[in-house]
Design a protein around this ligand. Structure first.
Ligand code: CMC
Length: 442
């Protein structure tokens, strides 16, 4: 097969042969296509990166048409059923599942880094009682760079690894402290004898009850959610992590930026938005009217649709199953019936079918998190903790990739041409404003 693309520029009738590699052409090859020597050359325009690969990656594979998601080749269904979040984090970061020794070492290192500097309690206490926990988490992650100056040595693999242990270890602690601050309760310090999600639930929950235990169904359900949320290739926040990391800043600063990107309601804030939407709908009988409003473009059906998945998001299928396990152990959630009715109606409505809008990972995750007892504002935080593993894997791959340089997209400039500066009194708008202002100024 001839792996090239022949382009004829009808402006000049010149022909160009461009190599195709991995079913992709290099955008920079288009620059050879010029009208004359002064011409900058052709660019590709791709707002929102619909059809632009910004990196080569070996971490996560998604086939949106077939509903396939694999990390390092392992299907998400198998990982969710058989693995644990920390093991998946290892897989994402190192590329292989750990052996017994590596697994023990990894667990010990991450859990040993769960303690945070006492100064973080004072940082968190500076926030108002009703501060959104995502804002607190973002601030704490950014602040972490000031505690670990060694993090700037991003070319040293041992230093990079140390920051990874710290980030994965400390994020649950900071998130739990932010929550305890909001509800006015003393902080619970990490207990590294517990598992990752069990320790997190303990820090959130324990009130010095005698014989306190974390419900195993809760710990396992949260672990599954963490696995499902751990990475999703080049989404908005992962691309932010790569773009900010490409400036060679420390990983805490890049991770704070990625967490900001995740916060938006179209991304990781969607699980919070889904629950708020279900609460607003209020009852199954109000569902048809709500769907009508969505179809009229008045609002979006949160938890539906995905840029990549054009069919069911495979994570949503696993989450729905996990939701029933949680409801069986901890009692059902009143929002479930509204969610099921929304899904039932949407999946037979032409508006949603024609646009390939199916439930995504966030549609049922919010309901599970609510059943596990989390307040709604904590949901995006619960997305950020596991996604940090994916961001770190993406960051490592990016800074080690010799083809990458600082991220710097081009633009199509459509503004004014060159013009001369005019002093304020001589500007037309200023004179117009003066004339209109003068009469009433009296
Ligand atoms: N409800 C109603 N209409 C929708 C929805 C929705 N949830 N999503 C897309 N559409 C419509 C949209 O109005 C447009 O219609 P038209 O062609 O008539 O203008 C068409 O579908 C294509 O929409 P788009 O905005 O071009 O699609 P996109 O690929 O840019 O957006 C999305 C993807 C996830 C931002 C979007 O589907 C959305 O806003 N969903 C709701 C928010 C949500 O659940 N986000 C979580 C995503 S999964 C987790 C994560 O990535 O963090």
């Amino acid at each position: 097969m001839n792996n090239t693309l022949t382009i004829t520029d009808n402006r000049t009738e010149k022909e160009y042969v461009i190599p195709i590699e991995n079913d992709t052409v290099r955008a920079v090859d288009l620059r050879r296509i010029k009208v004359n020597d002064d011409d900058f050359g052709l660019m590709s325009y791709d707002p929102a990166y619909d059809n632009t690969a910004a990196c080569k990656s070996k971490i996560t594979f998604v086939d949106g048409n077939k509903g396939i998601l694999r990390h390092r080749g392992y299907p998400i269904e198998q990982l969710a059923e058989k693995s644990s979040f920390l093991e998946v984090a290892y897989l994402l970061i190192y590329g292989e599942l750990p052996g017994k020794e590596e697994h023990d070492y990894w667990n010990t290192r991450v859990m040993r880094h769960t303690f945070v500097h006492q100064a973080f309690t004072r940082i968190i206490e500076a926030f108002h009682y009703d501060a959104h926990p995502m804002g607190i988490l973002i601030s704490c992650i950014a602040a972490m760079s000031t505690f670990h100056a060694d993090a700037k040595s991003i070319d040293d693999p041992a230093e990079r690894e140390k920051q990874i242990f710290r980030i994965l270890g400390k994020l649950p602690t900071l998130a739990a402290f932010a929550y305890r601050h909001a509800i006015g309760r003393p902080y619970n310090y990490p207990d590294s004898s517990r598992g990752y999600t069990e320790n997190f639930l303990y820090m959130l929950d324990d009130m010095n009850e005698r014989g306190y235990t974390v419900h195993p169904v809760s710990a396992r359900a949260l672990d599954i959610l963490f696995i499902l949320m751990s990475d999703h290739e080049q989404n908005c926040s992962a691309s932010t992590m790569r773009a900010v990391g490409s400036s060679r800043v420390d990983p805490y600063s890049a991770l704070a930026a990625a967490t900001c990107a995740l916060y938006g309601p179209l991304h990781g804030g969607a699980n919070e938005a889904v629950v708020r939407m279900l609460e607003k709908i209020g009852s199954v009988s109000n569902v048809p009217a709500y769907i009508e409003q969505v179809k009229q473009g008045k609002m979006r059906l949160m938890g539906f649709g995905h840029r990549i998945y054009r069919h069911y998001d495979p994570r949503a299928t696993i989450i729905k199953k996990t939701a029933y396990e949680v409801f069986e152990a901890l009692g059902t959630n009143s929002l479930l019936d509204i969610a099921l009715e929304l899904e039932r109606i949407a999946l037979q409505d032409d508006y949603f079918l024609e646009r390939n809008l199916y439930p995504n990972v966030d549609f049922y995750s919010g309901i599970i998190l609510q059943s596990l007892g989390f307040p709604t504002a904590m949901f995006p935080v619960l997305f950020a903790i596991p996604r940090a593993a994916g961001w770190l894997a993406q960051w490592l791959e990016h800074i080690e990739d010799k083809e990458q340089r600082i991220a710097r997209p081009r633009q199509i400039y459509l503004g004014e041409g060159a013009r001369d500066y005019v002093p304020v009194p001589e500007r037309a708008d200023y004179r117009k404003w003066l004339e209109s202002y003068a009469p009433s100024a009296g």
